[in-house]
Design a protein around this ligand. Structure first.
Ligand code: C2E
Ligand code: MG
Ligand code: MG
Ligand code: MG
Length: 275
């Protein structure tokens, strides 16, 4: 009986495995072409201050796949990382987001807002990362102090000397640095005192279960305190409900981002709604 079910299982398993490999090869091949075919675009999610005035936006990549439609980054960034395509894609994101911000400024829109740009670990670890940023700034002519790079904790633990040097060079270019998904990465907080970080971004996992007395609310409040005591701005992501906004506001949180305030949207829509 065991033999039989084993056979049945392998019959079932093999085609599935095969299908997956084919899918993956196909996906990776089309990902390789996607830049040349201009299938990537940026969506923008608004960020607000305590008065719910728009003060920034985060650029979030989307892949307009010919067969699959709009693909979210969670579905292709892992492939892009594995195949190292993320390096080229990330360079494109930098240029596109800086250019868009520069164009807005020229047209008199969102002039006081910051543009947040996600950086991948592999992208950040490249020797020429700072040059990549400088290139995007120079090419677009954007005001560097309106560009905020979102790094994650995991990028900061590798080679401390190298990381500090890179971040200082980025600061010399005049850009801002934010720590994305804060609280979910490595637990060593000592780097917060050594690295030039402008903003902490409270991870949405803490925000989603906020209300007085939950463990998550204790962590969120602590992050706000740590950030403020180190002269950093604190932003909460994943704010879906008014009660979350109110609670975070009462704790002194500076900025807010989430579906409850505005979803990621194409440039046209952002301009139509917030200009
Ligand atoms: P992230 O940087 O932490 O971005 C926040 C993600 O949470 C976005 O998902 C956003 O749409 C989503 N989000 C915002 N508000 C809410 C909310 O209220 N509730 C919930 N449930 N989700 C919310 P998205 O756009 O699918 O991006 C996922 C991740 O992909 C990003 O997480 C970021 O790590 C990565 N990513 C996106 N764009 C880029 C990019 O241009 N370059 C790189 N390297 N990574 C990117
Ligand atoms: Mg982000
Ligand atoms: Mg995040
Ligand atoms: Mg996240």
């Amino acid at each position: 009986e065991a033999k039989q079910s084993g056979r049945a299982q392998s019959c079932f398993f093999l085609p599935k495995m095969h299908e997956r490999v084919v899918q993956r090869v196909y996906f990776e091949t089309s990902l390789r072409d996607a830049l040349a075919k201009r299938q990537f675009s940026l969506y923008y999610q608004p960020q607000f201050d305590v008065n719910k005035s728009l003060v920034g936006m985060e650029a979030l990549i989307r892949w307009n796949h010919p067969d699959r439609g709009l693909v979210a980054p969670g579905e292709f960034i892992p492939f892009a990382e594995e195949s190292k395509l993320i390096i080229k894609i990330g360079a494109w994101v930098l240029i596109e987001a800086c250019q868009t911000k520069a164009d807005w400024f020229k047209n008199g829109v969102f002039q006081d807002s910051n543009m947040s740009i996600n950086v991948s670990a592999l992208q950040f670890s490249q020797d020429n990362f700072v040059d990549q940023v400088k290139y995007a700034l120079d090419k677009s002519g954007v005001n560097p102090s309106t560009i905020e790079l979102e790094l994650t904790e995991s990028m900061l633990v590798d080679d401390q000397e190298d990381v500090i040097k890179k971040m200082n060079s980025l600061k010399e270019l005049g850009v801002l640095i934010s720590l994305d998904d804060f609280g979910t990465g490595y637990s060593s907080l000592s780097y917060l005192t050594r690295l030039p970080i402008d903003q902490l971004k409270i991870d949405q996992s803490f925000v989603s279960s906020l209300s007085d007395g939950t463990r998550e609310s204790t962590i969120a409040a602590s992050i706000i305190n740590i950030g403020h005591n180190l002269n950093m701005e604190v932003i909460a992501e994943g704010v879906e409900q008014e009660s979350q906004f109110e609670w975070l506001k009462s704790q002194g949180c500076d900025l807010f981002q989430g579906y409850g305030l505005g979803r990621p949207m194409p440039e046209d829509e952002l301009l139509a709604r917030f200009k």
